[in-house]
Design a protein around this ligand. Structure first.
Ligand SMILES: Nc1ncnc2c1ncn2[C@@H]1O[C@H](COP(=O)(O)OP(=O)(O)O)[C@@H](O)[C@H]1O
Ligand SMILES: [Mg+2]
Length: 228
């Protein structure tokens, strides 16, 4: 049996604010196995983004234990976090987060610049990733010359390009109309069928219906965890 990609044991996150402490996660246990396609759902403020920031090594946890592919990453330095993040995790955001002055191909190349500065086949690899999302004939377009759905496809190619163990998407359809949003979810579903582990944070039930497993958070706690 292979190790879970993500294992959370009693994960807590507090944000110290002036005057009060926000308990964003209050003790969450989750295992996510290789190849799973999971939706993290729940009302606004329930801790979805916090969970995703911790899982994505963008933020540290306050208490508990997090193992990423069997490696204890609960209390590692910021630099180590960044290094593991670049190697193992691809991100997709609601607002695409593409660099405006780079074309589609250059945007997809970016994660390789950090990770493999000497990689000779960077352009070919980036082009391959653009092909996987059906955007190869838009390689030289700048983000402003692309529709929202096309920009999100480029962002998905960028998330794929380093062959990550895990893709994390926070409200990836939040800025898109219903039809385009469903196309993006279908695309993520087809990547999942190739064996990629994908976690989507969403409050949209239509998105949740597309995945096999749904985890509901409420008020910083796991409310339910259903697999079809
Ligand atoms: N950086 C932060 N500083 C302080 N409080 C935060 C921060 N990020 C999130 N929170 C709080 O933590 C709780 C969970 O937020 P979040 O994870 O963003 O929820 P969701 O993504 O489900 O809407 C909320 O009460 C929110 O206000
Ligand atoms: Mg959120």
């Amino acid at each position: 049996m292979s190790l879970p990609v993500i294992r959370f044991k009693g994960v807590k996150k507090i944000y110290p604010m002036e005057g009060e402490i926000v308990h964003a996660l209050k003790g969450v246990d989750i295992d996510i196995n290789p190849g799973e396609f999971v939706a993290i759902m729940g009302p606004s403020g329930s801790g979805k983004s916090t969970m995703m920031h911790i899982a994505g090594l963008l933020d540290s946890l306050s208490e508990g234990r997090y193992e990423l592919e069997g490696e204890n990453v609960s209390a590692i330095s910021r630099d180590k976090r960044a290094d593991i993040r670049n190697r193992k995790i691809g991100f997709i955001f609601q607002g695409y987060n593409l660099l405006a002055r780079c074309n589609a191909l250059e945007n997809v190349e970016l994660p390789m610049l950090y990770r493999r500065p000497g990689e000779p086949h960077r352009k070919e690899k980036a082009m391959e990733a653009l092909k996987m999302v059906g955007m190869e004939d838009r390689a030289s377009h700048q983000p402003k010359q692309l529709s929202g759905g096309e920009q999100q496809r480029v962002a998905i190619a960028r998330a794929l390009v380093n062959d990550p163990a895990l893709i994390l998407a926070d409200e990836p359809t939040g800025n898109l109309d219903t039809k385009t949003g469903l196309d993006i979810i279908k695309l993520l579903g087809s990547l999942h069928e190739k064996g990629i582990t994908i976690i989507i944070v969403t409050h949209d039930p239509d998105v949740g219906r597309a995945t096999r497993r749904r985890i509901y958070l409420r008020d910083g706690l796991l409310e339910s965890d259903e697999t079809e």
